[in-house]
Design a protein around this ligand. Structure first.
Ligand SMILES: *Cc1c(COP(=O)(O)O)cnc(C)c1O
Length: 362
């Protein structure tokens, strides 16, 4: 029996984040008896037909859910999104070219740091002046850039790009914490990458979707493992891929598709975010930390007018079986992550605790 069914924990973890209970159950079963082989998924060859089918399906589901044309290739690579901070410039920034970056937080800053080690890098806009509590808008994008790197959702600060820049410059997007949460046109981006552990699966794999026609033009020789073209040629199995994270990601994407895909989850995600932000704005105890028009539907950040009341509030939500609500150490306060697998019911449970706390303090 799944522990998830026995104890109902409302899991607001920012990452690794909540996964659908039925996916966890299937994943657990596959560790014992995968695909009726009487073997564990963890002890068979990644070249077996049974696993090749998993890899093919995972890649196809990404393509379908992002609506990608045939010039896009999907990879599931080892390591985290942080490796893509380097792989993106290595594969797309010409040795004589310049890459543009929008700095919207900790992850964007780390991406900039790596790019600077690789080539000319220009920060086009930044929200650092206000502790990253908004998304910069209205900036000029030089048409000469090799690409513009953006972070669609800022997991730590709780901001989200609602409208992507319109430009002829190829867009590179770190979608780690909001991929598959809302409708985007994947074809608007030259490269999308996302670590699995926020909204797609367990830690250990990173999804890369890249426009193949943009590759091989940098004039730079690459180490094989850092070369998208090598991984594409190997059908995402140049080396042994992280089989288990890929399998669980595939199951999660299948869960998403079978339930109605992006239109289905986008509606629920909007309901969840609206429910919680409405309460934050109504409740006299709490206050949101970000510009309203840039509020993330995935990571909802809020603080208390009187931070000294935090220990008492913490006791209350823990008693109500809520988990993972403490804010990132850089922001403090609270962060409720509302990833795809978190049901509206969990948001309602949080709102009830917030209301009970307000009454108690009255
Ligand atoms: C978590 C996160 C990362 C880092 O992912 P790792 O897999 O730990 O390297 C990068 N970007 C964003 C937006 C994230 O939320």
């Amino acid at each position: 029996m799944s522990t998830k069914e026995m104890i109902k924990i409302h899991n607001f973890s920012a990452g690794p984040g909540v996964l659908p209970a039925e996916v966890l159950k299937q994943a657990a079963e596959a560790c014992i008896n995968f695909d009726n082989m009487n073997l564990s998924l963890l002890e068979i060859s990644h070249r077996s037909k049974n696993f090749e089918k998993v890899m093919e399906e995972a890649r196809a589901l990404v393509k379908e859910l992002l609506g990608l044309n045939d010039n896009y290739k999907v990879l599931f690579l080892g390591s985290g999104a942080s490796l893509q901070f380097a792989m993106a410039p290595l594969n797309l920034l010409r040795t004589e070219g310049t890459a543009g970056y929008i700095n919207t937080g900790v992850w964007a800053s780390k991406a900039i740091k790596e790019a600077k080690l690789i080539g000319n890098t220009q920060v086009i806009a930044s929200s650092e002046d206000k502790k990253f509590n908004y998304i910069p808008k209205g900036y000029e994008i030089p048409s000469t850039l090799d690409y513009l790197h953006i972070t669609s959702n800022n997991t730590i600060y709780g901001t989200q790009i609602k409208e992507f820049p319109k430009t002829s410059v190829p867009l590179v997007c770190d979608m780690s914490s909001d991929i598959f949460s809302r409708k985007v046109n994947g074809n608007d981006f030259a490269l999308i990458y996302a670590g699995a552990q926020k909204n797609m699966g367990p830690a250990g794999t990173t999804m890369v979707a890249v426009d193949e026609t943009k590759l091989g033009k940098t004039g730079r020789k690459l180490l094989s493992m850092l070369d998208y073209q090598v991984h594409i040629k190997g059908d995402s199995m140049y080396n042994t891929p992280p089989v288990f994270p890929i399998y669980v990601s595939m199951l999660t994407l299948k869960w998403l598709k079978d339930n109605g895909g992006i239109p289905w989850i986008e509606k629920i995600n909007q309901q969840k975010a609206d429910t919680l932000y409405n309460e934050i704005d109504r409740n006299s105890i709490f206050v949101g930390t970000t510009a309203k028009e840039d509020r993330s539907n995935m990571n909802v950040t809020f603080i208390m007018h009187k931070p000294e009341l935090e220990p008492e509030f913490d006791k209350l939500w823990k008693e109500a079986n809520l988990s993972g609500l403490r804010g990132h150490r850089d922001v403090g306060g609270y962060r409720a992550s509302l990833y795809n697998a978190l049901p509206l019911e969990s948001v309602n449970a949080l709102v009830e605790v917030m209301q009970a706390f307000e009454k108690k303090m009255a």
